[in-house]
Design a protein around this ligand. Structure first.
Ligand SMILES: CC(C)(COP(=O)(O)OP(=O)(O)OC[C@H]1O[C@@H](n2cnc3c(N)ncnc32)[C@H](O)[C@@H]1OP(=O)(O)O)[C@@H](O)C(=O)NCCC(=O)NCCS
Length: 146
């Protein structure tokens, strides 16, 4: 059983660990707190047993009718069990409730896994941003209209 719920500040250490294990970029923990304060409905976690977080999605509202997914990660041992899909679906539901019409995100052009995942959920490539990442790799911009 997986529970998808809103992020709470006590979850921060586990979220930082998952981020550290998943992404090469290093983020200031304050960024997570600030983004949560700016949009509590945009930050969701997946919990398998009380207090054990195995994935999360952190987003933000970029305009009155637009939102962005900034980070989405599921712990390696828990992947391919539908958890990422559950988090994403709940995020999209939350955004729809808040009259968001457009959700966008960036993905490394060689992240086939994520591209497959987002395509499966109706996202499509709308742009490419050269040198988007710290190691100069390009990003695809993906979009889904709600
Ligand atoms: C992307 C990610 C969140 C997906 O989470 P997940 O819980 O494994 O995803 P799901 O089990 O819901 O997968 C849904 C679908 O996505 C696609 N998919 C997921 N993992 C895949 C893989 N390794 N290879 C190909 N397709 C994949 C499949 O179509 C899958 O459906 P299926 O299992 O019925 O074939 C997870 O792989 C992850 O944390 N990746 C590293 C971080 C990352 O790249 N994040 C995205 C950029 S922010």
């Amino acid at each position: 059983m997986v529970l998808i719920r809103k992020f709470e500040p006590e979850d921060l250490d586990q979220i930082l660990q998952i981020t550290f294990d998943t992404f090469p970029e290093r983020y200031d923990p304050n960024v997570f707190i600030s983004l949560h304060q700016a949009c509590p409905n945009c930050f969701l976690v997946a919990e398998v047993v009380p207090g054990r977080i195995v994935g999360f999605l952190m987003g933000s509202k970029t305009d009155v009718d637009s939102a962005r997914i900034l980070l989405l990660a599921v712990k390696k041992n828990y992947r391919r069990r539908g958890i990422g899909s559950k988090i994403l679906k709940m995020f999209l539901r939350e955004m729809l409730l808040q009259n968001i019409k457009k959700v966008e995100l960036e993905v490394r052009v060689d992240n086939e896994l994520a591209l497959n995942f987002y395509r499966k959920h109706g996202f499509y490539i709308v742009d490419i941003i050269p040198n988007f990442y710290y190691d100069n790799q390009n990003a695809y911009v993906l979009r889904k209209m709600l």
